[in-house]
Design a protein around this ligand. Structure first.
Ligand code: MGD
Ligand code: MGD
Ligand code: SF4
Ligand code: MO
Length: 729
């Protein structure tokens, strides 16, 4: 059998590791995947998921044809073209009767690992005039959009990881997740980067209720109680102000609200913080001082605190730490790039991007909870209600692209009721996911090795300007469809034209994926055509672009914009936090005597959210979705390691196996999300085997209480629960 080695990059997760794929050309099958050692930033790194890309692509249950629900719980195969005719017909009728808002899209994580999906989905919504555009980012870290609108941002960005003396990582486990916020541990080849930085003297502060794979390398680990980051960070900021460990020159020129912030921080003494967070006061002070000593380095958050109560406050306080310490690139500093190589050229200036709090409420309004679309994205946590709530603007049709709402959206019962009530639900997926099982149409998608692509989601986060390209290294087999083609296929049938930066896709046009890449990224510093041409020359395709380095320009004359340390609403929210005894109090029905534990979210090495479990080798590596509980807590509860338990929150219950784990803080339960399936009976979680399927923590979440007032994200982490033995049935 002729084996050819083809260069590509992995998109099982967003990290985009450069790989070499050995393909059995005659059989169109992947024989092996390994890291591309010649690649300048990945240096040959891969993880176990990437090495199993072949298993994912050739999985026996992989969808090779589209499906139409038969109304009796089953599906019949349907040609994709015919399915699109029917779907477009149904959407046209719904839009005629109810207006375009009735058609919603939800683009999940798989849409982010694919450079064509989100821009085309947005163009589709613009073309049909529907503001009902949702993605997983509003149930991920929406505070990352909210906080800069209130605080402002620094145009030239924060200090890089490579240049940092100290980095503070708050609820982020990059070594497992490959997610790295700019300035903190980079998501590509993270352990190597961390170890190199430690060798050159980097000081690492980790704030996490679990002794994580990253915390193992920390100089200081603050093992905070879940959900108490606002208190911890408030105390750190207060201490820096009181001990005068701030960059006065920077703050005097560019910052406002210092006195107001300090006044609002009055309750957050070290003693208060110790009592509330469980972290000894001297350790909190030591960490704050170490961070302030710098002189360079950034504090950044991950999903942990972004999913706990008061996420926008946590993110704001994190930005405040960077701002007070002046951790920003200044005039004359040379940055490797600004905004990634595939975005338009831009010159950074040493000045603020002004706060724009009006953008939090000027977007299209949700019909519930006084929420709004922010930066063009409607709040996903409210979508179930948008579907369930009758009246003008009700969402009746949903396109789910590379996402799995049944197990990933908060408040599972509500989500199941909503999905079951849709007029038209189309799931675009490579497998019959929990969500696809409830859809009216399932369109069989390509997988990453079957499509050309560039590294757009993460390229702005690379610490060096880097570009790569991959063609399809496998021929798509069967009647599968590219995600963008779902949108253009429907648009074409509706007679609408999609507008992209480099031109339009009109009804009847039949572009290739490469054409679509060219249309979307036409204005980039590097164009897809350039990287494609380089790929064609052979060899390892990833390249650094030192020529894209930019020097931070001086501020414009007369700039009046300032970063705001105490925007409207901040002092009030701090006062609310100071009034709480635990962050769980924001959740309806919370009873401190009953709900003594907090479920925290974590990522697992071998699976990616709900993806990967279908591959037996990967699932077997995890076993199941364990509830990790401290051994002493288990001892006190009289529950044995490995036993089946129920986690009972104020609004739901899941069944899971416990694992005694000394790495988690007492009183917490560390658990992955997006496991489980459609339960046959929601109340009793029937049909799920906790030892194999696991269960979805989504069932523990109440979307209607304790949510962030700006973004609507409810508590997906730090969820209050009781642990009990399952009731006998
Ligand atoms: N309780 C709790 N809830 C959470 C979280 C948490 O930590 N705790 N995390 C939240 C976060 S951060 C996120 S991002 C969301 C994730 O939410 P989702 O994105 O909705 O969930 P995933 O499980 O990532 O769904 C990915 C789907 O895409 C499919 N897929 C894989 N590859 C492809 C492809 O190439 N094309 C297409 N079309 N489909 C593909 C997979 O089979 C799977 O069904 O969940 C959120 N929910
Ligand atoms: N292998 C793998 N990689 C993934 C994913 C996956 O499922 N598997 N999912 C991807 C997705 S969708 C995303 S968004 C990224 C996320 O990337 P990360 O944000 O790095 O996600 P985690 O690895 O879950 O790290 C979150 C950390 O927050 C901690 N934490 C939980 N609650 C709290 C809290 O209240 N306070 C504090 N301070 N910490 C808390 C947890 O213990 C955990 O260590 O990862 C992505 N990468
Ligand atoms: S970290 Fe693993 S899954 Fe993510 S891109 Fe790299 S090899 Fe693929
Ligand atoms: Mo995510």
């Amino acid at each position: 059998m002729p084996i050819e080695t083809r260069h590509s990059f992995c998109r099982f997760c967003h990290a985009s590791c450069a790989i070499e794929v050995d393909v059995d050309v005659d059989r169109n099958r992947v024989v092996a995947v390994r890291g591309d050692r010649a690649d300048p930033i990945f240096e040959g790194f891969t993880c176990v998921k990437g090495r199993h890309l072949g298993h994912q692509h050739h999985h026996p249950d992989r969808l090779r044809t589209s499906l139409r629900a038969d109304g009796r719980g089953g599906f019949t195969a349907v040609p994709t073209r015919e399915a699109l005719d029917e779907i477009a017909g149904r959407l046209a009728r719904l839009i005629d009767a109810h207006g375009p808002r009735t058609v919603a899209s939800y683009c999940g994580t798989a849409a982010y690992q694919n450079a064509t999906v989100l821009p085309v989905a947005r163009a589709f919504h613009a073309a049909i005039g529907s503001p009902s555009f949702y993605t997983s980012s509003t149930i991920d870290q929406p505070a990352k959009f909210v906080a800069p609108l209130r605080h402002g941002a620094w145009m030239a960005g924060t200090h890089s990881f490579t240049s940092a003396d100290v980095v503070m990582v708050i609820g982020m486990n990059t070594v497992v997740s490959h997610y790295g916020w700019p300035g903190t541990i980079p998501g590509y080849n993270p352990l190597t980067q961390l170890l190199r930085a430690k060798q050159r003297g980097l000081k690492l502060i980790v704030v996490d209720p679990r002794r994580t794979e990253v915390a193992n390398h920390a100089d200081i680990h603050l093992q905070v109680r879940p959900g108490e980051d606002p208190t911890l960070l408030a105390a750190m900021v207060r201490l820096l102000i009181d001990e005068d460990r701030i960059d006065h020159a920077f703050v005097d020129r560019w910052v406002t609200g210092l006195a107001e912030l300090r006044a609002a921080l009055e309750p957050f003494t070290l003693g208060y913080a110790e009592a509330r967070t469980g972290v000894p006061a001297p350790l909190i002070a030591e960490a704050a001082r170490l961070f302030a000593a710098g002189p360079r380095g950034t504090a950044g958050t991950g999903t942990g605190p972004n999913m706990a109560p008061h996420p926008s406050l946590t993110e704001h306080l994190t930005m405040a730490l960077n701002t007070l310490c002046g951790r920003y690139n200044r005039e004359g500093d040379v940055l490797p790039h600004l905004g990634g190589v595939f975005s338009p050229p831009a010159v950074p200036k040493a000045q603020p991007v002004p706060p724009k709090p009006e953008a939090l409420t000027s977007g299209p309004a949700a019909r519930v909870r006084d929420l709004h679309a922010i930066r063009g994205e409607a709040p996903t946590a409210a979508l179930a209600d948008e579907i369930l709530l009758p009246g003008e603007g009700q969402v009746r049709a949903l396109l789910t692209i590379g996402g799995n709402p049944v197990v990933a959206w908060p408040d599972q019962d509500r989500v199941l009721a909503a999905l079951r009530s849709l007029d038209t639900h189309v799931a675009v997926d490579a497998q019959l996911s929990a969500t696809a099982k409830l859809a009216h149409y399932v369109l069989a998608s390509e997988l990453c090795l079957e499509r050309p692509d560039i590294t757009t989601t993460v390229d702005r986060w690379f610490e060096q300007a880097y570009s790569t390209y991959t063609p399809a290294v496998l021929a798509p087999e069967g009647d599968v469809i590219a995600e963008w083609a779902v949108y253009t296929g429907i648009a074409s049938r509706l007679g609408v034209t999609l507008t992209l930066p480099g031109g339009t896709i009109a009804p009847g046009d039949t572009p290739t994926t490469d054409d679509v890449l060219d249309l979307i990224y036409a204005k980039g510093k590097i164009t897809p055509a350039e990287v494609r041409a380089r790929y064609a020359q052979g060899g390892s395709p990833g390249r650094l672009h030192p020529e894209l380095a930019v020097t931070v320009a001086p501020a414009d004359e007369g700039v009046t914009a300032r970063l705001d340390l105490c925007p409207a609403g901040l002092a009030e929210e701090l006062a609310e936090v100071a009034d709480e005894r635990t962050s769980a109090q924001v959740i309806a029905g919370f009873d401190p005597a009953v709900h003594r534990f907090r479920v925290t979210s974590r990522r697992l090495k071998s699976v990616f959210n709900s993806s990967g479990r279908e591959i037996e080798v990967l699932r077997a590596k995890e076993g199941t979705s364990w509830a990790h509980v401290h051994p002493e807590d288990l001892h006190e509860l009289g529950i044995a390691d490995g036993e089946l338990v129920e986690l009972v929150s104020p609004s739901g219950v899941v069944r899971t196996l416990v694992k005694a784990s000394p790495d988690v803080v007492r009183g917490s339960v560390s658990m992955a999300h997006a496991w489980g399936d459609v339960p046959l009976d929601e109340q009793h979680r029937d049909g799920l085997d906790p030892a194999v399927d696991g269960d979805a923590t989504a069932a523990l979440i109440d979307a209607t209480s304790g949510y962030d007032r700006y973004s609507g994200i409810p508590a997906l982490s730090a969820i209050p629960v009781a642990i009990r033995r399952p009731a006998l049935t």
